[in-house]
Design a protein around this ligand. Sequence first.
Ligand code: CMX
Length: 460
Amino acid sequence: MVGRNVSQHFIVRRGMASMEPTLKEAFAAKIPVWQDEIKSIKKQYGDKVLGTCTVEQAYGGMRSVKSMVYETSLLDPVEGIRFRGLTIPECQERLPKAKGGDEPLPEALLWLLMTGEVPTDAQVQGLIADMNQRAPLPDWIEKTILDFPKDLHPMTQFSMAILACQKESQFAAAYQKGVKKTEYWGYCFEDMLTCIARLPRIAALIYRNVFFDGKVLPMENASDMSENFCKMLGYNDPQFIELMRLYLTIHSDHEGGNVSAHTCHLVGSALSDPYLSLSASMNGLAGPLHGLANQEVLRFIKDFKADMGGKPATPEAVKEQCWKVLNSGRVIPGYGHAVLRKTDPRFTCQAEFAKKHIKDDELVKLVQTIYEVAPGVLTEHGKTKNPWPNVDAHSGVLLVHYGMKEESFYTVMFGVGRAIGVLPMLTISRALGFSLERPKSLTTESIKKTMEVMYPHGHT
Ligand code: CMX
């Protein structure tokens, strides 16, 4: 948890240049503390029940079944996400920022997720410098991305490019050489940081190649990840760069059970390296019920505007559009959540960013009107357990405002952020020796037989 003092564990220092520990050193110091904690919990409570799984839950996507440990964040159905105990507003307040900026640096969040500690400015600057050194892509990967067919979905390209980077996995190479289990995490850490550092360039190459001329500016070593990312995408507006810092931070982690986080965790549990695990995770994020919803939200908004033919977007017109979508058997994208039961704070902080910087934007106003109307429509529709907006309901219109209109790219943006959450947890899993995931599955026949034995006279 935030604030735990483990400075006495810092053994390795980085020469005379800096007395600050690197992220790897700070993380290494935490490992024995966390290992002891888990050992003691298992010893004391190992045979105690954490939760149950009903027949309904087994058929219903295991909703709320407590059967997985995920350290970096925890989601409360009402309050929303906490990253290592900190809410989004607390992260905005407490995490180091870029010079002159208001939003947290995603690199600072990465440090927080890895260690449970809020880093100092100097620690974050050290991490940024380390990541910038790792960021350049091998020529053959740049060329591979530029050779992808332009009509291959950007998310498919993203997943394939991450997979291509697997050639350089230090974890996979070390495993082949027979490295000890206690040393897995160090190689996983190297892959994690290199992979995260390279994603902005991979994403920018895809964006510039699919929608423009395929040319991407070189990275600047003095800049942070978000600034470099924006500039490589072709955007220089400092406000967009600030938005990017917020965007990558809030899209990073959402506890362990969501499809992208769980996929990364599951695939990694087979000791598949971070590149294999993240590529798989991105394939889950690419689903319309998960990360692709940000693309679908913008399509919903575009369809609505086309149907309106220039007429004003009144609440009545928005209501009609919502019913049109529902009556056609589709979902209202950006609304609903498997865990949340209130407005997602990731939606709220984007709305606040919009209010502060671009409150007169026409599409921002439309998103607000949808927010006024859609929860009522969904409640009347009567199916969803949560009629409130999630993170995807807002992100697209912010990107459009600053010029990024190509909605099929939006899930790639989500993916760059999500890696900052799921790869640290993957590294923590290796450091703490988490096991191969292998839950028990049942057949309908076996469930029937078990129930008939347990409840021979039926169950009332
Ligand atoms: N519009 C219409 N119907 C919806 C709905 C929505 N936004 N959200 C849920 N429902 C429906 C479900 O499809 C389900 O219908 P069936 O009983 O016919 O299957 C019913 O309501 C109950 O679903 P639920 O228990 O409330 O929600 P789930 O946990 O099953 O699903 C989610 C959660 C997010 C997939 C769902 O709310 C949804 O499809 N939302 C729209 C897509 C979306 O925004 N996804 C992004 C989520 C955030 C992210 O991961 O990026």
